[in-house]
Design a protein around this ligand. Structure first.
Ligand SMILES: *[C@@H]1O[C@H](CO)[C@@H](O)[C@H](O)[C@H]1NC(C)=O
Ligand SMILES: *[C@@H]1O[C@H](CO)[C@@H](O)[C@H](O)[C@H]1NC(C)=O
Ligand SMILES: *[C@@H]1O[C@H](CO)[C@@H](O)[C@H](O)[C@H]1NC(C)=O
Ligand SMILES: *[C@@H]1O[C@H](CO)[C@@H](O)[C@H](O)[C@H]1NC(C)=O
Ligand SMILES: *[C@@H]1O[C@H](CO)[C@@H](O)[C@H](O)[C@H]1NC(C)=O
Length: 240
């Protein structure tokens, strides 16, 4: 007869203790939201905007070559073609370039410094033969993604990582550190037609002077000012 009463007393105490524990518990402080990833830069040539450059800052990834979507979803400005400095890009981190017409490659991208590049060939004009000259020189390239909208492209989307090594320091070498190797990539623009798989090889040398001896006809573009010292280590990458 006593048993049930004892049991219920225990139950009540347990319940009471649990309640005390719950009241005493403070809710965890709200965790601060992680900062949103930074916007990415998207550049494309636009015939709609007087054949000038559209320079967009996008919070999300936009489907390749979708100019209308980019104009709608990103924050874009028009930059007149005449005001673009040749080889004027210095991009630490990612950059997306959509090419409708080859001038953007020749007049802005060639000879620029870009670490992580996504290059998209939009429509036929970007590839219309003849496409002289065939090579694009890029400084400090670490990764490349190529998209081709060309009909019949067997490899519409391809990617390549060149070197997982130390990051290229656009602002110049740090005090006391050996300067980053002088790194030039030569990109065969025909990879933009997506017909063959992307391939690359690199040549490494302890000095730029030696390398130019071995490649006397290399069309070396003007190097960014702080690079190109003859005693600087040098890495050449050919992408084709
Ligand atoms: C694009 O816009 C950004 C931000 O305004 C600017 O820093 C950059 O220089 C522009 N690039 C070109 C090629 O106009
Ligand atoms: C980031 O992109 C969004 C649109 O995608 C735009 O509204 C915003 O102004 C951009 N932020 C910066 C700092 O450019
Ligand atoms: C890029 O620049 C190099 C060196 O100035 C030049 O030989 C090459 O033809 C240029 N390529 C393009 C696509 O303009
Ligand atoms: C290139 O050569 C330098 C020395 O000449 C060496 O320190 C470096 O590790 C080499 N880099 C690669 C990617 O082989
Ligand atoms: C680089 O060139 C110098 C002078 O031309 C030579 O003495 C040296 O052996 C060369 N180094 C290599 C690795 O070829």
């Amino acid at each position: 007869m006593c048993r049930p009463r004892n049991t219920s007393l225990i139950h009540t105490s347990v319940l009471f203790l649990a309640l005390v524990a719950m009241v005493g518990m403070t809710p965890p402080p709200p965790r601060p939201l992680p900062p949103p990833p930074p916007n990415s830069t998207l550049l494309f040539d636009s015939a709609l905007h007087g054949n000038s450059l559209r320079n967009c800052s996008c919070a999300s990834e936009i489907q390749d070559c979708s100019d209308t979507l980019a104009n709608l979803l990103c924050s874009c400005r028009t930059v007149p073609r005449s005001s673009l400095p040749p080889a004027g890009l210095r991009m630490q981190g990612g950059l997306t370039v959509w090419v409708h017409d080859g001038w953007l490659l020749r007049e802005l991208l060639n000879g620029s410094t870009v670490q992580d590049l996504r290059l998209s060939a939009c429509g036929r004009a970007a590839l219309s033969p003849p496409f002289p000259p065939r090579y694009l020189a890029l400084f400090g390239l670490r990764s490349l993604r190529v998209f081709s909208s060309a009909p019949g492209a067997a490899h519409p989307e391809q990617a390549l990582t060149i070197s997982p090594g130390p990051t290229w320091d656009v602002s110049g070498a740090q005090v006391g550190m050996p300067p980053a190797p002088f790194h030039v990539s030569f990109l065969d623009v025909s990879v933009l037609n997506g017909r063959s798989s992307l391939k690359a090889y690199s040549v490494n040398s302890s000095s730029a002077a030696n390398l130019t001896q071995h490649f006397p006809h290399l069309p070396l573009p003007h190097a960014p000012p702080q690079h190109g010292h003859p005693q600087q280590a040098c890495l050449l990458t050919f992408i084709y």
